[in-house]
Design a protein around this ligand. Structure first.
Ligand SMILES: Nc1ncnc2c1ncn2[C@@H]1O[C@H](COP(=O)(O)OP(=O)(O)OP(=O)(O)O)[C@@H](O)[C@H]1O
Ligand SMILES: [Mg+2]
Length: 238
């Protein structure tokens, strides 16, 4: 299936021999909005880094669009990743931040200009072209980060706790903004969080991770109505 992401029997150990990810199996059809929920240290970031190609699995295979990705370097996977605190370039203005990945790709100037314009429109940032990152609000920064990540038209979007550095009120508002923009895109999105309200609001499918394993997978509704065990119930505060 087009742009399907498949993880088959993924295992990952670190140098000290501890198993960080255990037998991860996952199949995401194009357009799925997956939330990865789990306590600190449960392996969420490691899972994203493996999919991005920043880590290699000890065993198992990651397929995207039918192709095994294990030997494909990160920049050739065409996956977008947005991190906590957005990691924008403070010395560049809004346009140059958004254009960054396109320049790296060697896209010609006219094409970059029109793609950046499209992204400004999508994220409601028209009029902010020349503004510096330091002069933007948290919400505006988030939109720049999203525009920058989406500009190269990634086949997969990954967000690692993109809201965790913000205060509660702002978090709630930005989550609505962020999921609003993402929901208009037919792109598979993986949203990592340790907050179950955030996970349920952002995803139509959720996996709950516990000590490197997928403890349960389901829709938000299924997880709330039929938590598999006491650990899930406690974790979700049910
Ligand atoms: N490079 C590494 N070498 C050794 N251990 C690591 C490495 N990276 C992560 N770990 C360990 O792997 C486990 C999972 O880490 P990971 O960062 O994936 O968790 P997480 O679910 O993202 O946690 P958090 O919510 O705190 O971000 C942790 O116990 C961590 O200490
Ligand atoms: Mg993490």
């Amino acid at each position: 299936m087009e742009n399907e992401l498949v993880l088959e029997q993924i295992n990952k150990k670190f140098d000290d021999g501890s198993l960080i990810l255990k037998d991860i199996n996952l199949r995401l059809q194009r357009g799925t909005k997956l939330s990865v929920l789990g306590p600190s240290g449960s392996g969420k970031t490691t899972l994203l880094r493996l999919i991005a190609g920043l880590e290699t699995p000890d065993s198992g295979t990651i397929f995207f669009d039918g192709q095994p990705m294990n030997d494909c370097p990160p920049h050739k996977r065409n996956f977008g990743m947005m991190f906590q605190e957005f990691a924008l370039f403070p010395h560049l203005n809004v346009v140059d931040n958004i254009a960054f990945g396109l320049k790296m790709k060697g896209m010609d100037k006219a094409k970059i200009e029109s793609r950046v314009k499209e992204m400004l429109l999508m994220t409601g940032l028209e009029g902010f072209e020349k503004r510096h990152i330091d002069d933007l609000s948290g919400g505006e920064r988030q939109r720049v980060a999203l525009a920058r990540t989406l500009a190269p038209q990634p086949g997969l979007l990954m967000l690692d706790e993109p809201l965790s550095s913000l205060d509660r009120v702002l978090r709630k508002r930005l989550l609505i903004e962020l999921t609003g923009i993402i929901s208009t895109l037919n792109i598979t999105t993986i949203f990592v969080t340790h907050d179950h309200e955030e996970a349920f609001a952002a995803g139509n499918m959720v996996i709950i991770m516990n000590q490197g394993k997928i403890e349960q997978k389901g829709t938000p509704d299924e997880l709330i109505r039929t938590p598999k065990n006491q650990w899930i119930k406690d974790f979700l505060g049910l």
